[in-house]
Structure formats: C-alpha cells, structure tokens
Design a protein around this ligand. Structure first.
Ligand SMILES: [Zn+2]
Ligand SMILES: [Zn+2]
Length: 342
C-alpha cells in the first residue's frame, strides 16, 4: 500500500510502498477514506517539538474509513462498518481511564495513532477495536477530523472551560480546532469573539455563529475587546496559537475570574507575575485531546445537525501530494485540509 512516512525533522514526508499492517486479535484493519492534516503534524515534521514513536513512521491521526478485517477478540464491529479512529489508544483501566480522563492515560501500553504508532496517511491502518467509533450512515467520512479537532474542542469547552450561558469567550486562532471550539461554545450559550490574522477564517467563524470577529494583525486586540465588552474583559480565552504575542494578549484581555485555556502551543514560553492570577482569581489551564466517549458525542451532534463540518474542510489532497497539504497548513491557508488515500 501507499503511505506517507516521516524520517527526519525538516524533511518532507516520503510517500512510499509499505506492507499492509497485520492485526492482533484485539485490533481491526481500516481502509482509510479520509485523514485530516493537523497543525500538530508540523510540530513533528518541521519543529521537532514532538517526537514520533519510531522512524520511519506513518503520520496522520484524524482518520476515517471502512473496516476490512476484524480481530477474533473484537465482538462489536464487523467488516464493512464505516468508522472513525479515536486517536488516543488509552488502556481503559489505569487511574485516569477509570475516572473517564482517558487522554491522561498513564498505562505503558498507551499509544497515539499517528504519533507513537503508524497513523492514517496510508491506504490502510490498524487500530484497537476499543478505539473505534462507528459513523452513522448520514455522517460523511470527513468526520474523521472530529476524532481530534471536534472532540478536543468538545472536551475543552465542556470539561475544562465549563462554559456557561452568557460567558464571553475569545477564540484565539481560527483553524480547525478553533472553529470547532467556537461552535461548541455557541452550543453552550456563550457570546463568542473570533480572533485571527486571516480575514477568510474570520468570515467562516462568523458564518458558524461567531458574534464578532477581530483581525489582530490590523487591529489592536485589547482596544477592540474594550470597545466590544467594556473594561471588564472576557471570561474565557481558548488559545490555539501559543506564541508570545497571542499568549500575552490573552492574559491582557482576561476578566477577573477568567480562564485562559491552552490547547495550541509553540516553543515560546510565558512569563507572568502571579499577582495577576491571585488578585483577579484568574486561572490558566491546559486541555488535552479527549476521550472516545466525547468523540461519540461529537459525531452525534454532527448527525443531529447541531454542529457543522463542511465549512471546515478547505482542501482535499490526494495522498501522493501530501506535502502540498502540509504546506497549506504551514502558511495558515488551510482550515482543515484532508488527505484522500485512493
Ligand atoms: Zn489533529
Ligand atoms: Zn489508561
């Protein structure tokens, strides 16, 4: 089969012929139909901020397709099922998994699809049966991106941010996860301000229900926020960029009692005076991925029409051209580009 493999930081992925994976009794084999290209891939390929589990490694962690083979110990899936691969292969049994916090799994067997084991930039991929989410017939394969982008947003808004009706929320960076978070915050009754440096992304943010938009390249962000909401500031900032400028901007606009939630990051560090947190009881939190159960809920929201996927898919790239897709992500031109293996 064809697959795109990572060899070295700074090198393009190599599209080459490799063996179709063989499955264990607990695994299934999926013929991949779609795999989303995510900014996290850039942390591996360009920056070396994250390290793959092995070299060479097939990247790609937002995949969906059809089951073509089922291990003998997998009882609830059959050949032909349309599925999404939930990319955190948690154990289900450690301290954190037992409390439903599967993205914090500490089992030595914990793996991440496309990070520590081979992923979805390929014609076929294997995954544990327990990490599979079935797609209802009315949900397209492109829902594969919800395995990370959608469910990470769901987790950040519901579990970490605990967004409430009337909260003023800023989305700092309107890529795939940012625009999913915008939609989740709206579902929770928040007033949402979308911030980006790209007007096209801001327009999409508006079309998905954003109440206001600010281009932070051509405007002074804190002044614009003051015009919109007054001196108090905003209740939550979801930070998807994580460079020095956006981090300090986020802190600046945070109201008393507000929460700054990190989802995106770079190599930049944040230095702050703790009094800023103490005096205003502000909180800085991290939000990491999601559980399989949360992904199931996001797929259900999509099926019910409460969540929109189509406007998020900006480019469809054949697998042999995957490096063109990564280039779109680097330049900030893609909302979500997806790879089509065949
Ligand atoms: Zn992703
Ligand atoms: Zn676990």
């Amino acid at each position: 089969m064809k697959a795109a493999r990572f060899y070295r930081v700074g090198d393009p992925l190599r599209v080459e012929e490799v063996d179709i994976p063989t499955i264990s009794p607990e695994e299934v084999l999926v013929k991949i139909k779609v795999c989303g290209i995510c900014r996290i891939d850039i942390h591996f390929i360009d920056e070396g901020l994250l390290k793959p589990g092995k070299i060479p490694q097939i990247m790609g962690h937002e995949a969906a397709g059809d089951i073509v083979e089922v291990g003998k110990d997998v009882s609830d899936l059959i050949v032909g099922d349309r599925v999404l691969i939930h990319f955190y292969f948690s154990c289900g049994d450690c301290y954190y998994c037992r409390r439903g916090r599967e993205s914090l799994c500490v089992s030595p067997n914990f793996q991440q699809f496309g990070f520590t084991v081979d992923g979805g930039y390929a014609e076929y991929a294997k995954a544990p049966g327990r990490s599979i989410v079935k797609l209802p017939p009315e949900v397209p394969y492109e829902a594969g991106i919800l395995g990370d982008a959608g469910s990470t947003a769901f987790h950040a808004v519901r579990e970490v941010g605990k967004v409430r009706i009337g909260d003023i929320v800023v989305i700092m960076g309107c890529g795939g996860v940012g625009l999913c978070t915008l939609q989740m915050a709206k579902l929770n009754g928040a007033r949402v301000i979308a911030v980006d440096i790209n007007d096209r992304k801001l327009e999409i943010g508006k079309s998905l229900g954003g109440d206001c938009t600010i281009n932070s390249l051509t405007n002074n962000l804190s002044e614009e926020i003051r015009k919109l909401v007054g001196d108090r500031g905003v209740d939550l900032v979801f930070e998807f960029v994580g460079v020095k400028k956006t981090m300090y901007n986020s802190l600046k606009i945070l109201a008393r009692g507000g929460k700054l939630i990190f989802i995106g990051y770079s190599d930049d560090k944040l230095l702050l005076d703790p009094r800023k947190l103490i005096v205003g009881e502000r909180q800085i939190l991290g939000s990491r991925a999601s559980s399989k159960h949360e992904t199931i809920e996001v797929v259900e929201l999509l099926r019910e029409g409460k969540f929109r996927l189509n406007p998020l898919i900006s480019h469809r790239i054949p697998l042999p051209n995957i490096n063109d897709g990564l280039e779109l992500v680097r330049k900030g031109e893609a909302i979500r580009a997806v790879v089509i293996p065949t």
